[in-house]
Write a protein that binds this ligand. Structure first.
Ligand code: FAD
Length: 464
């Protein structure tokens, strides 16, 4: 019997006033009963509109139908056919603008909670299944640069095809933004580690502390016998506003702030001595997921007042709706239609305040969003102890500078075919944020998978 409820089965989550004091996961996941009840909301549409919204084409109605039948292991393997990181995607994918946006149940009520169901099967599998893989890495050597979702997906696919895959990662921990950016309370590091372990079980080797472009170049990798190279180095270079006072003590890029707290574990001071300055009042500038993560981290690290300062209105915020709601529940103060024009000195070289102007929305700009326009004479100062800039990231220029024959565009992104990852340099493929600029986990994964297919074709072409 289909469940015709107009609303999703709610996801249990920890209480806002408790969770904003710790880094434990906020969303707690469905029980078996909840998952079955939600699965019964799916109409199993013949033309599967939801699948068209999934960048890796998971057979959504099929895996949901298997949950309804109680076949959770089969449901898990159905998802795994095209999504190698389901426990991660079930937690952080923006389903509301992808698969769930196209769900027919969403026309007259809430769409089926596809993301929550994906997370349910993945978490169930982690507890109940020991995945076995036949390892055969006898084919050619392939080098993968970076270990974020694009690289993990690409290496997993190549290893399954029998290639001898080595990942070269600049940091001392693998996972990319999944470990250094997205906080523990949204994506526990244990989950990321388990997904990475599955990829290692396929025979993929990971070499840490390998900054390609410094320690070894792409050309040197070819000289060492690698037949193809995939570049998945992401977009980790923070952008700044270039306003007066940005160099004061107490101003951070979100990248540095989140890396100190997450990757370097400043949130766990009993076991780590990573320094991070928080302050009593913290301003986060920006309105994306990165800004929400920085704000919610600042609150958990003990800040009394945390402000989101964003120049457009809440409707234009690029952050996931769920993240905005969670941030509000946790006491984050939103100053929308507000733009910083300088950071004020407290007289000792530290942040003392942030000077802002009020904005109003004018005509749409190139992005289709209404352009924010300054309201004259609206300047005011909010007293502040620290400021975190979260207005965007672009690719680090290291690979570009050390590989002159690799074509990049004016934003420093590698120019690559979106379906194949083929770049201007023979044998070099690229995908994820390094090609698109800052985007999403699932798009990066999709690009990694596609590149794996074309790397296979390329290498087979070399040997025939
Ligand atoms: C704070 C934050 C929150 C986010 N939240 C979400 C979300 O909720 N949902 C969502 O879908 N997306 C989210 N995103 C975006 C998403 O995480 C990225 O789009 C995705 O991680 C990109 O994957 P990638 O593999 O291309 O690169 P990355 O994840 O950036 O990984 C690149 C890796 O390459 C390594 N590297 C870089 N240069 C070199 C080099 N020269 N040599 C060797 N290694 C190198 C880096 O250390 C890194 O490990 C968020 C991003 C941030 C920063």
């Amino acid at each position: 019997m289909p469940n015709m409820s107009l609303e999703k089965v709610p996801m249990p989550q920890s209480e806002a006033s408790v969770r904003n004091t710790n880094f434990k996961e906020v969303a707690l996941g469905y029980t078996d009963e909840m998952a079955k009840e939600e699965a019964a909301r799916c109409l199993k549409c013949k033309n599967k509109p939801c699948v068209a919204g999934c960048p890796v084409c998971v057979d959504i109605p099929e895996f949901i139908s298997l949950i309804e039948q109680g076949e959770i292991e089969k449901a898990f393997y159905k998802v795994k056919e095209t999504n190698s990181l389901p426990a991660i995607c079930g937690r952080v994918c923006p389903q509301e603008t992808q698969c769930e946006q196209l769900c027919l149940r969403g026309i007259k009520g809430e769409p089926v909670a596809i993301g929550r169901l994906e997370r349910y099967v993945a978490d169930w599998a982690m507890k109940n299944i020991e995945e076995n893989h036949d390892i055969n890495n006898s084919k050619a050597k392939v080098a993968i640069i970076g270990s974020g979702p694009a690289s993990l997906a690409c290496s997993g696919e190549l290893a399954k095809m029998g290639y001898d895959v080595t990942i070269f990662e600049a940091f001392h921990v693998a996972g990319g933004v999944l470990v250094y950016g997205i906080p523990e309370f949204r994506l526990p590091k244990e989950i990321v580690q388990k997904e990475i372990n599955e990829i290692k079980k396929l025979g993929v080797k990971i070499e840490m502390n390998m900054v390609v472009g410094k320690v070894v170049s792409i050309d040197e990798l070819f000289n060492e016998g690698y037949k193809a190279v995939f570049v998945g180095t992401g977009a980790g270079l923070p952008s700044f506003m270039n306003i007066p006072g940005e160099n004061l003590n107490g101003t951070f890029s979100a990248n540095e702030f989140l890396t100190r707290i997450n990757l370097m574990k400043a949130y766990d001071p009993d076991h780590n001595d990573t320094p991070v300055f928080i302050g009593r009042r913290v301003a986060i500038v920006g309105g994306g997921n990165v800004a929400m993560d920085a704000a919610r981290c600042a609150k958990r690290m003990g800040a009394e007042e945390v402000y989101i300062i964003y120049r457009r209105s809440e409707t234009e915020m690029p952050a996931r709706i769920e993240e905005v709601e969670h941030a509000k529940e946790e006491g984050i103060i939103f100053h929308t239609l507000t733009n910083p024009i300088s950071i004020e000195d407290d007289g000792n070289g530290w942040v003392g305040g942030i000077k802002c102007v009020k904005m109003e929305l004018g005509e749409p700009d190139d992005s289709g969003r209404r352009r924010p326009v300054v309201i004259k004479g609206s300047e005011y100062v909010i007293p502040m102890d620290s400021v975190v800039i979260a207005i965007g990231q672009s690719p680090n220029p290291l690979i570009k500078n050390s590989t002159p024959d690799l074509e990049t565009n004016k934003w420093g992104c590698i120019v690559a075919d979106e379906n194949t990852g083929i770049t201007s340099k023979e044998g070099v493929f690229a995908g994820g944020d390094i090609v698109t600029g800052a985007a999403t986990v699932i798009l990066a994964m999709g690009a990694g998978r596609n590149a794996a297919k074309s790397i296979d074709e390329y290498i087979r072409g070399l040997t025939h």
